[in-house]
Design a protein around this ligand. Sequence first.
Ligand SMILES: *[C@@H]1O[C@H](CO)[C@@H](O)[C@H](O)[C@H]1NC(C)=O
Ligand SMILES: *[C@@H]1O[C@H](CO)[C@@H](O)[C@H](O)[C@H]1NC(C)=O
Length: 374
Amino acid sequence: MKPLLVLNALFTAACAVSNAEEMQTQERLFITSLGLSARPSPAAGPRQERRVPAALWQMFRRSRELRGQDSESCLVSEYGVRGNIIRYVQDQGRLVSGWGSSCQGCVEKHLFFNLSVLQPVEELSLARLELQFHWGVFRSPEFFLGPQALGVSLYKVVRATLRGANHEANRRLLLSQSVQLQPEPTSLKLDLTSLAENWRKPGRNYGLVLELQPHSAASEELLPFRPGNSLSMQPTLPEIQASLVAVSLNPHQCRSRRRRSAVHLPVTPSNVCKPRRLYIDFKDVGWQDWIIAPQGYMANYCHGECPFPLSESLNGTNHAILQTLVHSLDPHGTPQPCCVPIRLSPISMLYYDNNDNVVLRHYQDMVVDECGCR
Ligand SMILES: *[C@@H]1O[C@H](CO)[C@@H](O)[C@H](O)[C@H]1NC(C)=O
Ligand SMILES: *[C@@H]1O[C@H](CO)[C@@H](O)[C@H](O)[C@H]1NC(C)=O
């Protein structure tokens, strides 16, 4: 049996008949329920684990360790907020200008986070800007000529006009501070939850402007760096990395469930309805390029007879009990009840969305724990 057929059978009833068209529909349903418009084809290529932020990897590993316990699946304890989706939304803004722009001798960077990746149903619990910058010149031999401190200013852009985001009238200061430059990259974190909530409304997201103003720490004097100035030093542009960590909750996908140890299903030969071991490898269904982790998981499936008389262990409904009775009297006219999942549990998945953002999501109903005749 082809894995996709198995996967298909898993997401529908065990009795359902599958064909190629239905398989495509099933794939689409699955992808839609992950909040994706189409199967992502990330530019990063398959399993570029480097690009996955370390914090997300840690959370992913932790969520796997929590298996088998009654995990409150809708609390993200790392951030202390409710949520079942954690995204690292990538910055799509560009470097507005190098040297000598509206602020003298500073570097300006536009930051833009496309928050339409959040589905309308999602409740945004947290949006945190994580900035990291590294001043290349600091590493050069003449580093003592380079900036020792950096004035960091962050503005929100309130309207887009022809005069541009840099104009004072079009922006509001959010943060202004001075940081000492060190050989290591400098990081800054800032809670932007209410601003990001506003960005979700259509046409309201003009992004942010980040200004980096180098100055010498001792004198607080501005260093008028310009390419080709008298010091004949070519100042390097800083490397700026920005991402917005967005934690959100899809309330429809939030049910706390006790995870059974279905991974250790007994391997007893029997053709009565029960969960069977099934490992789904995402490579077999062709999803390895956008699902970062896990590479596969023990999904299991339900299979077996629902014979008359239906014993209690088969978890039949009253209807199923009557159906087996009728089936025993008229085997051709009435089929046996179906052996289907009656208890499922979630797994965590790390994947790329259609905008190449890394997403960690607790995804419901992925593992069959118990079966029943229905
Ligand atoms: C934001 O993302 C949505 C959906 O992914 C896309 O349709 C839209 O064009 C993007 N907007 C911008 C400004 O990039
Ligand atoms: C029926 O449910 C019980 C517990 O509710 C479970 O132990 C048993 O394995 C289930 N039967 C099947 C066929 O999964």
